[in-house]
Design a protein around this ligand. Structure first.
Ligand code: SF4
Length: 379
């Protein structure tokens, strides 16, 4: 039986980061209690309404926003409600995103005790000047303390999120951040290039010429440096932005990239099962109000046709270094990828962007550098 994930979205943030375009709420702690109630109502509703479509959860992920702005006891209660309402597979991966400066030693102990077994820590940089520039409310010392406390609390599986391509960042500072991160011995690293999203303060700074982003060649060198250092440290790249020690790949995210099924709870969350994608209203107040009145929170329900689902599975699967199995695609969709993409696929193979290895379609090293362009041809 394939994996089934549960995602729970907590949209509150201490402070809006100037590069962030996600739906999140700064300074609305007044709404927290109501939101937790609403999530409990949605949990009850989904467990009843979709019982024929749900399978035992193989992963649970509390993400945000900043989930750890909620008290650890409230997060523990939410997790136990999830475990009461939905059956959970043995050895399920249960993750929570943590921002340094929003947890202390005892919070992490409470979370571990409650059953969370994986932490994803939003470190972003291990240079204080870069953290200030990113508008992060924590320091390097806070991040290091969080990792140390997590270990003491019994978390073995720890991801650190890091960003490169920052304003004023050079190869050497990035290398120093990576080396410092590796000293913390994470089992997993998620490494993202800073992208400037329309409508954010960083986009305005870029327009005004006050953001000094590294040029393309420097960014490429940063990526090369990353791959080399991480490989030496035993962390293998398994997805465009994700690296893990063997056995520590993120099960929850792999399920997304394999276009597997999951239930998403909370404002703005997405769910996908029974060939349908559901999107909840991306407004926490309206989300609460609708649940309080017993109303539907899904604003969109999109039934994917066979070809759309097939193309989506190919695109998502190509994000992973293992790529996507051609035989599994044929079994599942009754479509042959080589005939379906025909000339386009053969051209991409000739151009050295994709390859077929042991029956799997994969991006090449060159294809990974130009992943968006390649995927746009296959979508
Ligand atoms: S903490 Fe995360 S979700 Fe919140 S504003 Fe910053 S980047 Fe966005």
């Amino acid at each position: 039986m394939s994996d089934f994930g549960l995602y729970l979205h907590i949209p509150f943030c201490l402070k809006k980061c100037p590069y962030c375009s996600f739906y999140s709420l700064e300074g609305r702690m007044d709404l927290v209690e109501r939101y937790v109630q609403a999530i409990n109502t949605q949990l009850r509703f989904c467990a009843e309404a979709y019982r024929n479509h749900l399978r035992p959860m193989t992963s649970i992920f509390f993400g945000g926003g900043t989930p750890t702005l909620l008290p650890a006891a409230a997060l523990s209660r939410l997790l136990s409600k999830c475990l009461e309402r939905f059956s959970c597979a043995d050895e399920a991966e249960i993750s929570i995103e943590v921002n340094p400066a929003t947890v202390d030693r005892s919070d992490l102990a409470v979370l571990r005790q409650a059953g969370f077994n994986r932490l994803s820590i939003g470190v972003q940089s291990l240079q204080d000047a870069e953290l200030r520039q990113l508008g992060r409310p924590h320091t390097v010392a806070d991040a290091v303390d969080t990792v140390r406390w997590a270990r003491t609390a019994g978390f073995e599986n720890i991801n650190l999120d890091l960003m490169y391509g920052l304003s004023g960042q050079g190869i050497q500072t990035w290398k120093t951040t990576l080396e410092h991160a590796l000293e913390l011995q994470p089992t997993h690293l998620s490494i993202y290039e800073l992208t400037i999203e329309a409508g954010t303060p960083f986009a305005r700074m870029e327009e005004q010429g006050t953001l000094f982003l590294p040029d393309e060649d420097t960014v490429l060198l940063m990526l090369e440096e990353t791959q080399q250092l991480l490989m030496q440290a035993g962390l293998q790249r398994y997805e465009i932005s994700n690296y893990a020690q063997p056995g520590y790949q993120c099960r929850h995210n792999i399920n997304y990239w394999q276009n597997g099924e999951y239930l998403g709870l909370g404002a703005g969350a997405v769910a996908f099962f029974n060939k349908t994608r559901f999107t909840a209203i991306a407004n926490a107040e309206q989300f609460c109000a609708r649940l309080e009145k017993g109303q539907e929170v899904w604003m969109e329900k999109e039934k994917l046709d066979r070809e759309a689902a097939f193309r989506e599975t190919v695109i998502m699967g190509l994000r992973m270094t293992a790529g996507v199995s051609l035989a599994a695609l044929t079994d599942h969709f009754d479509l042959n990828a080589e005939s379906y993409y025909s000339d386009t696929l053969h051209r991409l193979i000739r151009q050295g962007m994709v390859r077929i290895v042991q029956g799997r379609l994969q991006l090449t090293a060159q294809g990974f550098l130009l992943a968006n362009t390649v995927m746009a041809e296959l979508v």
